[in-house]
Design a protein around this ligand. Structure first.
Ligand SMILES: NC(=O)c1ccc[n+]([C@@H]2O[C@H](COP(=O)([O-])OP(=O)(O)OC[C@H]3O[C@@H](n4cnc5c(N)ncnc54)[C@H](OP(=O)(O)O)[C@@H]3O)[C@@H](O)[C@H]2O)c1
Length: 278
């Protein structure tokens, strides 16, 4: 599988979505955020994943404009937060995000979590934004198969992306197979398990065998599993390290070793038990 940092996955509507990008969760300090995005874009990242919850949409927009890279060459994702869900509220939240980012369209807008009472109406609003060409791609996040089934039974436009927690300890094979059946691309959030999988002896052993770091092994594994990734780092050397995953390939034996690491362990919350009222 030949891949480079700007490789894309073709979505069901023909749009090319970068397979690799920068996540900016927990980047709350202005300078830190601007510097991290600046570094990432210089290294060749062409996708940024933010959310209204992260409180850094203003900085994301600024960093992209400052880079001098054409807006259409960067894939920007943001998400509607749980307390803003429902049809009208989502449309209003989108306007606020667009204004903060200071953009006139977004590439991808996601329902952040499937709030039981509102996620279907939220997705209906996302379909409208797509119809109005304010977003290029529709999607959701933290949706289990049963949530997707509900959306698919009513939607005019099936979600094109589902962003879920996914890493070696939570491999999500069943959900991935379901998404593949419906042409829904899967993006891994916490692709490094927030750093929590990097001391795993099997991963470290593979890393040593091939002269790469544990993070590089995990990120390459994701790519070879056809999973899109958005690793987060504010550390310049790591932003670079995480992008250096295109000059090697894991063997089938190494991929099989990675498969054995699944333990259905979540570092984040289960979408079915999320505390929606905080
Ligand atoms: N949709 C959702 O509900 C949801 C939930 C969570 C996250 N996300 C998205 O997914 C993105 C990534 O997830 P995440 O931030 O939770 O976790 P992650 O990317 O798996 O891990 C980030 C952590 O790992 C560290 N790290 C990064 N590269 C490293 C390396 N090469 N070696 C050692 N440590 C490294 C980072 O530290 P430093 O920053 O200090 O370098 C940070 O503490 C988020 O930023 C966000 O955009 C979405």
């Amino acid at each position: 599988m030949f891949l480079n940092i700007q490789s894309t996955k073709t979505l069901t509507n023909g749009i090319e979505m970068p397979r690799f990008g920068l996540g900016v969760y927990k980047m709350t300090e202005r300078d830190e955020t601007l510097q991290a995005i600046d570094k990432a874009l210089k290294v060749g990242y062409r996708a940024i994943d933010t959310a209204s919850l992260y409180g850094n949409e203003v900085e994301v927009g600024e960093a992209i404009r400052y880079s001098g890279i054409k807006r259409e060459d960067i894939f920007v994702t943001t998400k509607v937060w749980n307390t803003d869900q429902g049809y009208d509220a989502t449309l209003r939240a989108f306007e606020v995000s667009l204004k903060k980012l200071n953009m006139d369209y977004l590439d991808l807008y996601l329902t952040h979590w499937a709030v039981p009472e509102t996620f279907e109406e939220t997705y209906r609003a996302i379909e409208r934004l797509y119809d109005e060409k304010l977003i290029r791609v529709t999607g959701v996040s933290n949706h289990h198969e049963h949530h997707l089934q509900k959306l698919l039974s009513k939607a005019n436009i099936a979600p094109m992306v589902n962003q879920v927690e996914l890493h070696p300890y939570l491999q999500q094979e069943a959900l991935k197979a379901f998404c593949a059946e419906y042409g829904i691309a899967v993006t891994a959030w916490s692709p490094l398990g927030r750093g929590g999988v990097l001391d795993n002896p099997t991963i470290l052993e593979i890393a040593q065998e091939i002269g790469k770091t544990a993070a590089q092994v995990v990120l390459r594994w994701h790519l070879q599993k056809d999973t899109l990734i958005i690793p987060k780092s504010v550390t310049a050397s790591r932003i670079e390290e995480n992008a250096q995953i295109y000059d090697f390939e894991l063997t089938q034996a190494q991929m099989d070793q990675m498969t054995t690491l699944n333990r259905d362990h979540r570092f984040g919350q289960d979408p079915d038990n999320f505390k929606f009222n905080f």
